[in-house]
Write a protein that binds this ligand. Structure first.
Ligand code: SAH
Length: 436
């Protein structure tokens, strides 16, 4: 196996990363995410006849083994469960005792647990018909485990084999949240003090601001804080059947929004959805109706968006240091470039403009000096443009939103979003089009 097949830059994090997953409490946290676990179960059981019955299956990053057990329930002939952490030994105990004292008789002799990294050479695994995995982190790609999933596809999946999940879609949208912005600013302002026990801290204020605003905020939020609501048409798709390792290492997500309100944009929110479906994933146009029928299966989607049922992934928000004032119907354009870092995560660069001609080309981004990105350092401030850099692994949490506490009859102005009357909206839209 060539070394470039691996994911350089993640190995030094392995002890910490796999130490985390070796603990039952962290596996439990994922198992108890009912949206996640029941979606996987439905996808695997409903596609039993096509993708699992009498098939060879691999579970990449098996953890507690839940996806392997579902695969056996769905008729798999044999499952190869690869797990790098010491959780493999716990799973093995469950598998080895199958059939004893009437426990889990259905699993007996059906699963081989392999305590290794999927990237290790010479694993005792044949080519398989189907791969199941849950390699998903915050905003889909945090943790960089998607690279291991793609590695498994490239090395162990028979041509035309099935992938569960088969696709991920990333969604971005502008949001307003004056409270979150003010709380973040309050943390930075601590460093503005000139008389803290007689010491002037203020020379660190700018750095504190950069640090506090550079932390992605993970948590659920009220979907009514979105300034635009993306549709499936706006999703940035990551097709697990075709995406390459190189593509995963550097992704640019363009966006073009039309503001639904007049208000302050405090940053960009992100989430993802997952699609589980049987192959063929491509070139289906020329299939005969009989072939289509033969291939029939069930495709299932799961959303982690703010309006969907909660999952343990929650949503993520990237706060701007300087909010951006937008008018209803105004166009907000820009891009987010996500580049892998050696913290098993991504560094995220964003540029947003109310005048598209002011946008720079994301391909020209200079990331050479990672302490102080030239992208920010050389930015000449412009009232219509915002830039930001975030480290996706430097997450902070915000759990203030509780959907059960939301009063019915919410009006957008409660969150300082102002919606013109429909006639005014129409005029504004017209004038915008004239302008274009
Ligand atoms: N499949 C389980 C666990 C998902 S969490 C479930 O759905 O509940 C992801 C698991 O993948 C963790 O247990 C982690 O230790 C394992 N993992 C991550 N990268 C891996 C790699 N390169 N090789 C093998 N296992 C890996």
């Amino acid at each position: 196996m060539a070394s470039e097949d691996k994911s350089p830059g993640v190995e030094h994090r392995d002890p910490q990363y796999f130490g985390y997953y070796a603990m039952l409490q962290h596996q439990q946290n994922m198992l108890q995410d009912n949206v996640r676990t029941s979606t996987y179960r439905s996808a695997i059981l409903l596609n039993g006849p096509r993708c699992f019955q009498d098939k060879l299956v691999m579970d990449v990053g098996a953890g507690s083994g839940i996806l392997s057990y579902f695969s056996v329930q769905s008729g798999a002939k044999h499952v190869y469960a690869v797990e790098a952490s010491a959780m493999a030994k716990k799973m093995d105990r469950l598998v080895k005792t199958a059939g004893q004292n009437g426990k889990n008789a259905f699993l007996k002799d059906k699963i081989t647990v392999i305590n290794a990294k999927i990237e290790d050479a010479d694993l005792p695994i044949p080519q398989v018909d189907t791969i199941v995995s849950e390699p998903i982190g915050v905003l889909l790609f945090h943790e960089r485990m998607l690279e291991s999933y793609i590695h498994a596809r490239d090395h162990y999946l028979k041509p035309g084999g099935a992938l569960f999940p088969s696709k991920g879609g990333i969604y971005l949208a502008p949001f307003t949240d004056a409270t979150l912005w003010t709380e973040t600013m309050a943390k930075a302002r601590f460093w503005e003090q000139s008389e803290f026990y007689g010491i002037d801290l203020s020379s660190l204020y700018q750095e504190a601001k950069t640090e506090m605003f550079g932390m992605p905020v993970v948590g659920h939020f009220d979907p009514r804080q979105l300034i635009t609501t993306p549709t499936v048409m706006d999703s940035y798709d990551v097709d697990f059947a075709t995406v390459t390792l190189d593509q995963l290492k550097d992704m640019t997500i363009p966006f073009d929004w039309v503001s639904g309100y007049t208000g302050l944009m405090h940053g960009i929110a992100g989430w993802f959805d997952l699609t589980f479906g049987p192959p063929p994933y491509h070139d289906t146009a020329n299939l005969t109706p009989e072939q289509r029928n033969e291939m029939a299966g069930t495709t299932i989607d799961m959303s982690t968006g703010p309006a969907a049922e909660r999952t343990h992934w929650q949503q993520v928000r990237f706060l701007f240091k300087e909010p951006l004032a937008v008018n209803a119907t105004q166009k907000i354009s820009g891009w987010m470039r996500c580049i892998v870092n050696d913290m098993r995560s991504y560094t995220i660069f964003v540029e947003v403009a109310l005048d598209k001609s002011k946008l720079t080309d994301p391909a020209t981004l200079d990331t050479s000096n990672t302490d102080e990105y030239t992208f920010i350092k050389e930015f000449k401030h412009d009232p219509l443009v915002r830039r930001g850099v975030w480290e996706l692994h430097e997450q902070t949490y915000n759990y203030t939103y509780n959907p059960d506490m939301v009063q019915p009859g919410h009006q957008p102005e409660y969150t300082c979003l102002y919606q013109p009357d429909q006639t005014i909206m129409n005029d504004l839209m017209d004038s915008y089009q004239d302008f274009c």
